[in-house]
Design a protein around this ligand. Sequence first.
Ligand code: ADP
Ligand code: F6P
Length: 324
Amino acid sequence: MEKEIKTIGVLTSGGDAPGMNAAIRAVVRKAIANGVSVKGIKKGYQGLLNEEIVDMEKRDVSDIIQRGGTILGTARCMEFKTEEGQQKGAEICRKHGIDGIVVIGGDGSYRGAQALSKHGINTIGIPGTIDLDIACTDYTIGFDTAINTAMDAIDKVRDTSSSHERCSIIEVMGRNAGYIALWCGVANGAEDILLPEKYNFNEQDIINNIINNRKRGKTHHIIINAEGIGHSTSMARRIEAATGIETRATILGYMQRGGNPTCKDRFYASLMGAYAADIICQGKTNRVVAQKNGDITDYDIDEALSMTKSIPEYQYQVSRELSK
Ligand code: ADP
Ligand code: F6P
């Protein structure tokens, strides 16, 4: 029989992502509408272990839907990767009357949720990461804002790059995944797009491309490099030495994780948060919310963590053909 849910907790974990606040707001308001009390757990699993737990009412999530970051704070917590840490987390939940937790974060955060579920605390995950690297879902909260922020920044670098007839290597985030690089590479009309999933580490191809483009009269050469490949600064030095063309590296960094969420991030975060609240209130556990083919659905966390995802081949082919 499914456990009766009277009180749930909500936490954000791992790297923050724009739209997490919209998800928190939706979880709180939908759970309360379902007759369930909500407690906010600050700073991810670290805050759970430190018992940083506060009651949340509908009004506590007013005026946050438009804000970047997460009002609950987030953290990476090594202790929670241990059996003792997970056991302690479950005991703290029982002490505070928390029957289940909605965890907003990435794959790592789901592993924590999976462990809590095994210890008798119901858990539901919501995909919150700018990296889009969660296999079970077509959409992760924060990706849309991050690519738009990066796209605007890359446009600006391109202006100055053209004026100086330079080559620019612009490094975008994504951990080991190339989705931000792929989307920005296409949207910014980059001449080269380097994805960890595809890159063959043959710098001579890039050098030849730069020289040929310059011969054809192109005044700039934009290379979007994914964080998973990295080393943009040393790559710039080598390319400049080989081509004789001034080459600069720009690492966009944490600006990609900040800022007001786009409409799309607010909308899907609201839907996913509401959906998570509904299924946790029904007594479901060890599930993760996903968006598949336009619909909001949910998967078993064990199944979700065993899925793999790759760069769509057609998108990759188009990105290569349009950059030539
Ligand atoms: P993300 O959730 O964005 O993938 P991390 O991989 O850093 O980010 O994971 C966030 C947090 O989730 C970790 O700091 C840790 O507290 C928890 N976590 C990660 N992996 C595990 C695991 N194998 N078991 C339990 N908790 C984990
Ligand atoms: O997962 C989001 C992300 O910003 C990645 O793109 C990046 O690799 C990582 O987090 C950086 O993490 P940290 O905040 O620990 O430096």
